[in-house]
Design a protein around this ligand. Structure first.
Ligand SMILES: Nc1ncnc2c1ncn2[C@@H]1O[C@H](COP(=O)(O)OP(=O)(O)OP(=O)(O)O)[C@@H](O)[C@H]1O
Ligand SMILES: [Mg+2]
Length: 354
């Protein structure tokens, strides 16, 4: 097969480690993390509290220095730069925070202009840039307001505009919507997506909410104890989570296939036959109902649809269905194989899902 290296990654993290020494045993906040984020991608990092997500994100602009490993951003290995060169590289990386981190004594315009002042950008140029950014984040009317006069969503819009002030190619978001209500979260997420599209940004975001990942990410990595335990396209990770931790995260949004209490209401199998619970996943539009009745006819099984749901991740529809199959074990196995051959993803599930 010919080697296709693909486009150069926007962010490439290689073998990052970071140890914190507290009073007790040393703690590996990062225990060998490697990741690549493609240009233009919105890449999500999820994991429980303490998994190392913020430490990882802060390594991308070297707010946190890894003990070992390489950080390459837009083709430049920033872990080997001196301080002056690093300051330059950092201007290409914007960052958005959970608690906004606005200066309360400055107006909206003053907050957005702040990083440009630090960078020594002349006043006229700063003002021109602020005038471009205000409409981009929908805050023209709030130009001269102070943070205390803004809602949480408006504060985060200021945070985003400030992060974009120096025309970065990369945007890092650490729990950017975690302090916001669900409706405002949606607004901010669609703002992030629209600026990604319009400004051709690459976005690396941390969240503890799988709903955020489902809403805007293209790919996702799941972290646990300083390691990436699973990564892939959001659609694949959500529909076929490999790791138990990922399955728990995913079930927050996908839900349980078999509603609690369902199994207790199912009839028992006839003597000599068995009852098996099957989870059937299909990607894309598919007439599973027809497949089910055909499988039932071909293999002489009684197949009951216990539950089913159709949803979409991004533009990709998928369906998830639970079947109670009654019949001789061999016939159930053959029907399962037949459905798999048709491209359905069939797994046997325990009768008592937690
Ligand atoms: N400056 C520090 N000094 C000591 N320990 C630290 C420091 N920063 C992070 N840690 C520890 O490293 C581990 C990873 O922390 P990190 O903040 O990256 O987790 P996180 O995944 O972002 O968690 P959360 O979801 O709560 O924000 C934690 O156990 C944390 O206590
Ligand atoms: Mg964190």
């Amino acid at each position: 097969m010919p080697d296709d290296p693909g486009p150069r990654p926007a962010i490439s993290l290689h073998g990052l480690t970071r140890e914190f020494r507290g009073r007790g045993t040393p703690l590996w906040a990062l225990d060998g993390v490697s990741l690549e984020v493609a240009p233009g991608e919105i890449f999500g990092i999820v994991g429980r509290s303490g998994a190392g997500k913020s430490t990882l994100l802060r390594c991308v602009n070297l707010l946190e220095r890894p003990d070992s490993g390489r950080v390459t951003v837009l083709g430049q290995e920033i872990t080997s730069l001196d301080e002056a060169a690093l300051r330059g590289a950092r201007r290409g990386i914007g960052m958005v925070f959970q608690h906004f981190n606005l200066l309360s004594a400055r107006t909206v315009a003053g907050n957005i202009a702040f990083p440009l002042e630090i960078a020594g950008v002349p006043k006229a140029e700063r003002e021109a840039r602020v005038a471009e950014l205000l409409p981009l984040v929908g805050l023209e009317e709030r130009r001269d307001y102070y943070p205390a006069q803004l809602s949480g969503g408006q504060k985060q819009r200021v945070g985003i505009a400030r992060a974009l002030a120096s025309r970065p190619r990369i945007l890092l978001c650490d729990e950017a919507t975690s302090a916001l209500d669900p409706e405002t979260t949606e607004e901010i997420l669609s703002l992030i997506r629209s600026i990604r599209d319009r400004l051709d940004l690459t976005v690396l975001l941390i969240t503890h909410e799988m709903a955020v990942v489902k809403a805007i990410c293209d790919r996702v990595a799941v972290m646990e104890a300083g390691r990436v335990i699973e990564e892939g396209r959001v659609f694949d990770v959500f529909t076929r989570p490999a790791h138990a931790t990922t399955r728990r995260f995913v079930s927050e949004v996908i839900g349980h296939v078999v509603p609690p209490g369902t199994v207790a209401r199912l009839p028992d199998a006839n003597p000599g036959e068995e009852r098996r619970l099957l989870q059937v996943l299909f990607a894309g539009p598919s007439s599973t109902r027809a497949v089910v009745s055909e499988a039932s006819r071909r293999y002489g099984l009684d197949l009951n649809i216990v539950s089913g749901r159709i949803d979409a991740i991004g533009a990709e529809p998928y369906g998830l269905m639970a079947l109670a199959a009654y019949g001789p074990p061999a016939a159930i196995a053959e029907a399962t194989a037949w459905m798999r051959a048709l491209g359905l993803d069939v797994t046997e599930i325990g009768e008592d899902p937690a």
